[in-house]
Design a protein around this ligand. Structure first.
Ligand code: PAF
Length: 249
């Protein structure tokens, strides 16, 4: 049984957790490394995206990858490829701030599935909206989500963290603090209030959104029966950071 772990490289411990999870399921773990231009709004960012192939090979192998696949653009996107649309789930939050981003994600994930034909694919919960959109693609590939790996102070691991200044790195902790403080609030309204007031304690964080949503449809949560998740995004030092946390005990 083959398990695919799609990545864009610049691997860190968060990716290694995905690969280890894949390896716990199967002896056949393919890690793809492809910086997908379709999911960037600005093509300069594609050029600037960190690339560390030798280190990636080491980290992926150490975590248990049995095949590391670094396709060329033409292999993923032959002349006749069609861009797919992410649908309603891709319209808000990350989709609103980054128009076309999720269309690019579903297009590349679809191509990776067509080429590798895995039975299972593993993605991080860190990009929770992405994970739910991929789940909604309803392919014959089982999708497994792996919990976010965090730094000592709760900051979600991300290849972007190294671009923060030392002061910005300290401020970035406000994201985790806000979600952790809201998690056990008795009502959604109180949780929302705690998110907002905690975020306002650090002026270095320029908030894009900080809301409690229904995990399935990303609508603002109101109903007590819904499974809820805090989702946050914003900028520190011009670096976009996103995170999320399931609410409740
Ligand atoms: O999460 C990522 O690294 C990318 O969005 C993915 C899923 C590899 C698609 O390019």
């Amino acid at each position: 049984m083959s398990v695919l772990v799609p990545t864009m490289g610049a691997l860190h411990k968060g990716h290694q957790a995905l690969i280890k999870r894949a390896r716990s399921i199967s002896k056949d773990v393919v890690v793809s490394i492809f910086v997908n231009p379709l999911q960037f709004e600005n093509q300069e960012d594609v050029m600037k995206y960190p690339r560390s192939p030798e280190r990636d090979i080491q980290l992926a192998t150490l975590a248990g990858a049995t095949e590391i696949w670094m396709p060329e653009y033409e292999e993923i996107y032959p002349n006749d490829y069609a861009t797919l649309l992410a649908g309603n789930l891709g319209d808000n939050y990350e989709g609103k701030s980054r128009p076309g981003h999720f269309d690019g994600v579903v297009t590349v994930v679809n191509r990776l599935f067509e080429i590798v034909k895995p039975e299972i694919a593993v993605f991080g919960e860190k990009d929770f909206q992405q994970l739910q959109i991929i789940r909604a693609m309803k392919k014959s590939v089982e999708i497994i989500g792996v919990p976010t790996v965090r730094e000592f102070d709760g900051l979600a691991l991300s290849s972007r963290n190294i671009r923060l200044t030392p002061e910005g790195r300290v401020s970035a902790n406000v994201i985790y603090r806000a979600m952790a403080a809201a998690r056990l609030a008795p009502t959604v309204a109180i949780a929302q209030e705690i998110l907002a007031t905690t975020i306002a304690t650090d002026s270095a964080f320029r908030c894009d959104y900080a809301v409690i949503v229904d995990e399935e449809n990303f609508e603002i949560a109101t109903d007590a029966t819904q499974q809820k998740r805090a989702i946050i995004a914003g900028w520190i030092d011009g670096v976009r950071l996103i995170d999320n946390m399931r609410m409740g005990a």
